[in-house]
Design a protein around this ligand. Structure first.
Ligand code: ADP
Ligand code: MG
Length: 383
């Protein structure tokens, strides 16, 4: 099935599945990159005078609750798309169908959170059939959920004529190139809280990459597997065995910032040789590690980064991630960066987006794609 630009038809009802699962804090969205990335497809559909039935999930609610209503997105969508956004407080049924009937061509109707129905994650066929009634065509701009077998991204496109949007196409093009014919040397940077989601990627790149630089709590697992003492730091102990097994190209940080009795402390690898008379938590990589990683990155031709180097939500521990972001920006080498938290590091003015860097809307989806896995929701789109 073809990219949305082949959709030459005019004045149809388009079910546009996006992933606007963002974090809203007061009157700000922490990571609006995913929303902005859908603009080109939305503008295109408006230009062709279609009715846009905009559908997304928001968070992971167990039941209907105001905090997770997609209604909360409206002021942001209005601003980004410069369009009126109509809303209906359900995603299937008569009421929704009536609203779509009333909608003018070239207008946008936002549906309520798809995950307010448990059938979405259960991949229910009858739910997908109810969604199908709403539109003539399906368009996906939801790369970041394409690793999920959920009703609206996996079953629905099988039931109707389906297309994919501009950003999704770009994602697949760029990531395929990185996967199949990357310019070498390839250097990976992996961080974040959980190693579990990144193990397949580490395995896959163990031979092909020249180095895997680690940071964040993910690095803690490798450090502990190598006998270092980490006191109260966050460590996914379950994965110590796997970390030991898959550490061939892994390069460990050599110094750290952390907290001890609520005070910021600085530690080197030497300090981690055994128990101390104080407890501590490692929360960022240190300045020597940054210098060390910079030297390695300089020889790379392809850089892949997912997961922050520390607890970036706390300004005291965003040094490592911000420094690395600046280094990558200045290096001007082909880089692919993904994951909501990781992208948020680049949102500051100083780190303005760089044309050599591809910012992926995918976190988990990017990790699975770059680990060579087939993504179910891409497969049904013929990708
Ligand atoms: P995942 O979603 O798999 O946990 P992410 O890449 O999204 O991985 O991880 C992001 C989170 O990891 C951030 O919220 C960040 O605060 C946290 N994090 C990174 N390093 C540490 C650390 N050393 N200790 C605790 N949390 C950390
Ligand atoms: Mg995350």
């Amino acid at each position: 099935m073809k990219i949305v630009s082949l959709l030459k038809k005019k004045s149809k009802r388009i079910f546009l599945r996006v992933d606007f699962n963002v974090k809203i804090k007061g009157n700000k969205i922490l990571d609006d990159f995913r929303i902005k990335s859908a603009k080109k497809t939305i503008d295109y559909l408006i230009k062709n005078n279609h009715k846009i039935i905009l559908a997304t999930h928001l968070g992971n609610p167990k039941e209907k609750s105001p905090a997770f209503s997609t209604k909360n997105l409206i002021p942001f969508l209005k601003k980004i798309f410069k369009k009126e956004i109509k809303f209906v407080d359900d995603c299937i049924g008569k009421k929704v169908e009536n609203e779509i009937e009333k909608l003018n061509f070239g207008e946008i109707l936002l549906l309520e959170n798809l995950r307010f129905k448990k059938e979405e994650k259960q991949n229910s066929k009858s739910f997908a059939k109810k969604l199908k009634r709403l539109a003539d065509y399906y368009v996906s701009e939801a790369f970041s959920v394409s690793h999920r077998k959920h009703a609206s991204v996996y079953t629905l496109p099988k039931l109707m004529k389906s297309y994919y949007g501009f950003q999704l196409k770009k994602e697949v093009e760029v990531l395929s190139k990185v996967l199949n014919s990357p310019k070498k040397p390839v250097i990976l940077i992996l961080g974040g809280a959980k190693i579990s989601t990144k193990i397949p990627l580490i395995k896959f790149w163990q031979k092909k990459a020249s180095a895997i630089l680690v940071g964040g709590a993910l690095a803690n697992v490798f450090l502990k597997a190598n006998g270092f003492y980490l006191s109260d730091s966050l460590v996914e102990d379950k994965f110590l065995g796997l970390a030991k097994k898959w550490q061939d190209k892994v390069i460990l940080p050599i110094d750290f910032y952390g907290l001890s009795e609520n005070k910021k402390i600085y530690l080197t690898l030497k300090d981690l040789s055994g128990p101390k008379n104080f407890s501590f938590k490692i929360l960022d990589i240190g300045k020597e590690t940054i210098n060390f990683y910079q030297k390695i990155l300089k020889v790379g031709e392809t850089i892949i980064w997912n997961g922050p180097m520390g607890l970036i939500e706390d300004k005291k521990f965003s040094f490592g991630s911000k420094s690395l972001a600046k280094i990558i920006k200045d290096l001007n080498k082909f880089s692919v960066i993904g994951g909501g938290e990781t992208l948020s590091i680049f949102s500051s003015k100083k780190l303005q987006r760089n044309s050599k860097i591809f910012y992926s809307t995918g976190g988990g989806a990017m990790l699975e794609f770059l680990a060579g896995k087939e993504l179910p929701a891409l497969k049904v789109l013929g990708l």
